[in-house]
Design a protein around this ligand. Structure first.
Ligand SMILES: [Zn+2]
Ligand SMILES: [Zn+2]
Length: 224
């Protein structure tokens, strides 16, 4: 045990029990997300967008790894407001255990994390979506590209907004830096949580306007 552990003992993010950031009992509650079509939200095999739901600029599919419920919900929340290296480790372990990505061949894809506005990034000092996205890219062994998409609008945290507000706010929020990097390429756009999908859909439309070939959404958790 290190000195730091004595001063700040590890406690389970769910029940507060001492010893680790996620106790055995709460770890058992991790639930895989179901596959659904990102456009109509009805069940879809592998998360592939139904052909009838697909538009020119829409997501080609969506993979959500976990249910946005205990303990994943608490882990994501803690990561957002408290920068703890060990919590990243908890997330990494859960990713490693997840079978959700096993049947996908994503080798031709590049992962892009949803960027934060520069003001919010400066305030918090880090972009947790970027940190988590990097872990997922490592798990998938795909390239990680945090510089292709930039945020052009400062936006409020999504949790505070109603559905219609979220969709309105997402419009025009992103820009592609260099079209040469998107042309004919396949992308996974990554966000922590899929709620209305407004953010991932807007990012996808921006990439497809810049001639991206296929774009799938990837979220750590789904609250749908
Ligand atoms: Zn616990
Ligand atoms: Zn559909």
């Amino acid at each position: 045990m290190s000195l730091l552990d004595l001063i700040f003992p590890k406690r389970c993010v769910v029940c507060g029990r001492f010893g680790s950031y996620l106790c055995e009992k709460d770890e058992k509650k991790v639930t895989s997300a179901k596959s659904f079509c990102p456009m109509c939200l009805k069940p879809a095999i592998g998360g592939t967008t139904h052909p009838k739901c697909k538009g020119k600029l829409s997501l080609d599919g969506l993979i959500c790894l976990f249910d946005y419920s205990t303990p994943i919900k608490e882990i994501i929340h803690e990561l957002k407001y408290r920068f703890v290296k060990d919590l990243q480790e908890v997330a990494r372990v859960q990713l490693k255990k997840s079978k959700r990505l096993d049947n996908f061949d994503l080798s031709s894809f590049t992962l892009i994390p949803i960027p934060l506005s520069s003001s919010r990034k400066n305030w918090r000092g880090f972009n947790q979506t970027e940190i988590l996205g990097k872990l997922v890219a490592q798990k998938l062994k795909v390239p990680f590209a945090p510089d292709i998409l930039v945020r052009t609008k400062n936006t409020k945290p999504q949790v505070k907004l109603a559905r219609r507000e979220r969709i309105r706010q997402a419009k025009g929020a992103f820009q592609v830096v260099d079209q040469k990097k998107t042309m004919e390429k396949n992308f996974l756009v990554f966000d922590d949580v899929w709620t209305t999908g407004a953010t991932l859909k807007e990012a996808t439309a921006v990439l497809k306007r810049k001639r991206a070939a296929r774009v799938w959404g990837l979220a750590l958790a789904s609250s749908h």
